[in-house]
Design a protein around this ligand. Sequence first.
Ligand code: FES
Length: 151
Amino acid sequence: MSDLSKLDKIIDRWNADPEFVVEMFQDVQDQLGHIPRDALEKVSDRTGAPRGSLFHIATFYQAFSLQPRGENEIQVCMGTTCYALGAQRVLEALERELGIAPGETTPDGKFSLRKVRCLGCCAIGPVVAVNDEVVGTIRPSDVADFLTGLS
Ligand code: FES
């Protein structure tokens, strides 16, 4: 089934009701792995919701991604405790090593990087999660080896 016909089915499931655009985006994210620009435009055309608000929704919720996610999704916890323990420097080291900013995917599709809120394991901060597996007490100097271990 093409992505476009999947989109129509998703929008039909929610009766093209603009009240349910978040639910539509959840379905799109689940089925396509991200929210492509076409999907955003189609949801706008069929529900009448303005593209600007849809873009805002798609970028506001951390569960949504406008780009396909990489094979390894690296989430850097920027919660209060991790931040105080140096999460910003870990994030900067990851950005440098990968050559991408949070919200982006490397051109080879291997890694994507995201900032997230508290992952619930503050005691071992700063914390990074890779494909939902948590790595604690990570230091900027650990980042290069950490990435090598994932490739
Ligand atoms: S603040 Fe990072 S795990 Fe809680």
